[in-house]
Design a binder for this molecule. Structure first.
Ligand SMILES: [Zn+2]
Length: 271
């Protein structure tokens, strides 16, 4: 009986999840169907817990928001971007957004599921980032969250583990409940352990570019940002590339989309 219930639940989840897309169609043209089996509520809860733990640890090390001017700058830029997220998905305007800066030499930034943004000071300082360049990188990270790429990666990993365990259970006739518990427990680590796929990166680049343009940041800064990052990676590989695989065609792709987002930037500047 347990096995049959499990199979039915799994089949139903797959059916519900198979043709979902997290964001509305927009100028960026991002509209790929996504596999989202893990419930958003579980992912957001794990994300909030992991983010709170990161903040607490940084606070103890006295590395949390140590530079008040930098914090104000990063929050100012982020808030302008967040004000535009409803274009892509109205519910995101109601997320419990948080923006913090950690003193850390690594060249990195991330936005966890549900809108938990962290910028490492190394990103701002090492490449001497302009406001437009910071908007490009934070916009890219926000786009990952809007597209729920973390949840997508967790769902794939979950299915792999759950699927294998289920097959083993079917073969041996044992219960499978433990596998689900284990997989959920591993979820928050998966966010950092699983790199974004190339397609997810392309989506974040495109949607991030549009988001920055709509918020009145010059989208051309995305090009100079990646050029600066590239230059840094020649001396020491920045952390950013461990969670964001470098893409040779990244800048070329951005340039293709540029004529479409420039009018959004021009309009935002006037308003
Ligand atoms: Zn990315």
């Amino acid at each position: 009986m347990q096995k049959i219930t499990f199979i039915l639940v799994t089949a139903l989840s797959l059916q519900l999840a198979s043709c979902a897309t997290t964001t509305a169609d927009s100028t960026s043209g991002v509209k790929r169907s996504q596999f989202l089996m893990m419930p958003a509520s579980s992912v957001d809860r794990m994300s909030a817990q992991a983010y709170a733990a990161t903040l607490k640890e940084a606070e103890q090390k006295k590395t949390l928001n140590a530079d008040k001017a930098m914090l104000a700058r990063v929050r100012g830029i982020s808030n302008r971007l967040i004000a535009q997220v409803a274009v892509f998905r109205p519910d995101a305007a109601q997320w419990k957004w948080e923006v913090n800066v950690e003193k850390n030499d690594a060249l990195n930034a991330y936005c966890m599921p549900g809108g938990k943004i962290m910028v490492l000071s190394g990103l701002v300082e090492k490449i001497n980032a302009t406001d437009d360049e910071l908007a490009a990188v934070i916009g890219h990270e926000i786009a990952h969250a809007l597209r729920e790429h973390g949840r997508e990666r967790m769902s794939q990993a979950y299915l792999q583990q759950f699927g294998l365990q289920a097959l083993a259970a079917l073969a041996s006739g044992s219960a499978v409940g433990g596998a689900a518990v284990q997989a959920v427990g591993a979820g928050s680590q998966l966010f950092f352990a699983l790199p974004n796929g190339r397609e997810q990166e392309r989506e974040a680049d495109k949607m991030g570019l549009e988001l920055a343009a709509r918020a009145g940041f010059n989208p051309n800064a995305a090009v100079t940002l990646w050029q600066k990052m590239d230059a840094q990676s020649k001396t020491a590989p920045p952390e950013f590339f461990s969670t964001h695989p470098a893409n040779q065609n990244r800048i070329a792709d951005l340039k293709v989309l540029m004529p479409k987002v420039m009018p959004l930037y021009e309009a935002a500047k006037k308003s």
